[in-house]
Ligand binder design. Structure first.
Ligand SMILES: [Zn+2]
Length: 455
């Protein structure tokens, strides 16, 4: 399909961007003399070796046919002192984090390195020019059996690449100094109608990892905005890909690791040209550089973590008649959704109406709180959490550990629209979320944060 037709299909169809136990690993130190940060970083190419289906937009009708730049898995391994288990931050130039991948790899890292689940955070850029994953979202693509086989094979290879990147980062552990700060960058716009009027979060949280001589070895940074500047047929990390590469050019000893904040209702606007995409990447990179050049807050060598999945409920189970109606009268997306619901009815005799939603909190030094939520999280969450916990000392990562579907706030759920309602079918979810999810998620975060603060 020519690009022009793909783009017009986008406008028509809209953009299809689209439990565990309460565990803890307390680690603390009284000051610099009581311990010393250790940090290791690594980067590995995860660009598919052959052309395959791309994820993010359901309207694509064929696999990728080239690349703009490589996609990477990037890893930071942090250790607040010699004795405690390490922490892993894994940043992926991918559309999502399949939960099966996150759990399989976490189990491997526990076995190989003694790293507990709560110490591992998987983040992604949500680029819409990355490969299809072994993930519910891939059902929106017009793939046949052979294409799915290719996706399964890529996923296996990807898991091995991430294992390899983690091995390198763990082996790279060296004495380090950590600082944090916050910048701003202005290209994200609230995309819900009326476009540009809803809430936004333009903050750019930055963690700087330096060696004892002051050379920057790692930069972790975030931004709350979809990586949907482009809708092309070539592999590309979108603005986040350009920002990471730009930072790695600027600081040649560093690995630059992006995470998406609560940007589910945010788009880079205007968009759809390579020039704009590179420009947004540069703007974000410059924002990070400004933070890095200026005074940043040092982090004492102390780090602790919690991770828990909480049961979130879907609103209404579809009846067999409703599902069959979609199967017979719906479009391709409805039909795929219906097939998956019928399969669930066949396998389990019922449709699962509860989803184990992952909430994770990290505390660094004695001040920085870093929260990681699963799913495509709308901006209301980061604004509310920062208001409650402190603007400059609270980071919220969305799209972390499991990207199962959109996570609307109570406001967005009530309003409906794409992020509140109509996107659920692309993720094969039985219905919209049941009201009350925002408070459930926030309550869990507050419980976790209080527990970390009291240690
Ligand atoms: Zn999305």
């Amino acid at each position: 399909m020519p690009f022009s037709r793909i783009f017009s299909s986008f406008t028509l169809i809209s953009l299809i961007c689209v439990g565990g136990l309460f565990q803890a690993s307390p680690v603390s130190a009284d000051g610099p003399e009581a311990g010393q940060w250790q940090a290791g970083v690594s980067r590995i190419v995860i660009t598919p070796r052959e052309n395959m289906w791309m994820s993010g937009y359901g309207a694509r009708s064929e696999p990728a046919d080239g690349k703009i730049h490589n996609l990477y898995a990037r890893v930071a391994c942090l250790k607040p002192d010699h004795e405690s288990p390490a922490f892993l931050f894994v940043s992926l130039d991918l559309v999502g984090v399949p939960v099966k991948m996150a759990e399989t790899l976490s189990a491997d890292f526990a076995k190989s390195y003694g790293i507990p689940r709560e110490n591992i955070m998987f983040a992604c850029s949500h680029t819409h020019c990355g490969p299809a994953l072994d993930h519910d979202l891939s059902w929106m693509l017009a793939m046949d059996k052979k294409d799915w086989q290719q996706v399964h094979e890529y996923q296996k290879w990807l898991n091995d690449r991430i294992r390899s990147a983690v091995k390198t980062a763990v082996a790279d552990l060296k004495p380090a100094v950590l600082h944090y700060g916050t910048g701003t960058c202005g290209f994200a716009n609230n995309r819900r109608p009326p476009i540009g009027e809803g809430p936004i979060d333009h903050s750019v949280p930055v963690l700087r990892i330096s060696n004892l001589k002051g050379t920057i070895r790692g930069l972790i940074f975030g931004y709350a905005c979809h990586n949907t500047t482009l809708g092309i047929q070539q592999w590309c990390g979108d603005y986040a890909g350009f920002a990471q590469l730009n930072l790695e050019d600027t600081y040649p000893d560093a690995v630059a690791m992006f995470f998406t904040g609560c940007g589910a209702d945010q788009n880079p606007l205007p968009r759809r040209t390579m020039e704009l995409c590179e420009k947004y990447g540069r703007l974000l990179s410059v924002s990070v550089q400004e933070v890095v050049k200026n005074e940043m807050t040092p982090l004492a060598p102390a780090m602790s973590a919690t991770f828990k999945t909480i049961p979130l409920e879907f609103a209404t189970a579809p009846t067999r008649e409703q599902i069959e109606d979609k199967l017979n009268n719906g479009d391709r997306y409805d039909q795929n959704w219906a097939k998956n619901q019928l399969q669930d009815l066949e396998d389990d005799r019922r449709i699962e109406m509860i989803y184990p939603f992952p909430v994770q909190s990290w505390r660094l030094g004695d001040q920085l709180t870093w929260i990681a939520l699963g799913g495509e999280v709308v901006v209301d969450y980061s604004l509310r959490l920062k208001k409650q916990l402190g603007e400059k000392t609270t980071w919220v990562t969305g799209y972390a550990n499991d990207v199962m579907c959109y996570i609307p706030s109570e406001r967005v759920l009530k309003e409906g629209g794409y992020e509140g309602a109509t996107s659920m079918r692309y993720y094969q979810k039985p219905s919209v979320w049941k009201a009350g999810l925002e408070d459930k998620i926030i309550d869990q975060v507050m419980t976790q944060v209080e527990s970390l603060q009291s240690r």
